[in-house]
Design a protein around this ligand. Structure first.
Ligand code: ZN
Length: 148
């Protein structure tokens, strides 16, 4: 039986190949971009706009900070408790055009020893967890200098 592929957060990303991208929203009044997406009210305290349009985020950014995870995050983080926790690198990426920082895991196989502040990374489709029925999909950050 094949697993169903399900995004771990609906509406946060789209595409599954070269067209993969993070999806946020932009306030039509002040231009502020939000990820995770804000749908109802601009969070800019000086704005108050209520019209937010869906927008694809830049596919590349630069590492603002990073760390590694040594323990299994608590719920609602999706993991398969029957499998051992695999440490991974967690990356905060600055998107210059949007003026925001987006968190995410580095691609499997990339550790904190491979990362540096200021390094360019690109967003790629990834898998967060799998169980018997479902493959939970997410986004990963991959250094642009690393071969696929
Ligand atoms: Zn606004």
């Amino acid at each position: 039986m094949s697993r169903v592929r399900m995004p771990v957060m609906a509406g946060w990303f789209a595409g599954d190949g070269d067209d993969f991208r993070l999806v946020g929203t932009r306030c039509t009044t002040c231009g502020s971009v939000f990820f995770p997406r804000e749908n109802d009210l601009c969070r800019n305290p000086g704005c108050g706009g209520r019209d937010l349009a869906e927008v694809s985020l830049s596919g590349r950014g630069r590492i603002w900070s990073y760390t590694d995870t040594r323990y299994r995050p608590p719920s609602p983080y999706v993991t398969n408790p029957e499998l051992p926790w695999e440490p991974c690198a967690l990356v905060a990426v600055e998107l210059e055009a949007e003026r925001i920082v987006v968190l995410g895991q580095a691609v499997p196989g990339v550790t904190v020893a491979d990362l540096a502040v200021g390094m360019e990374v690109e967003v790629v489709p990834g898998v967060l967890s799998e169980d018997a029925e479902t493959t939970w999909t997410t986004w990963h950050w991959r250094p642009t200098g690393v071969a696929v």
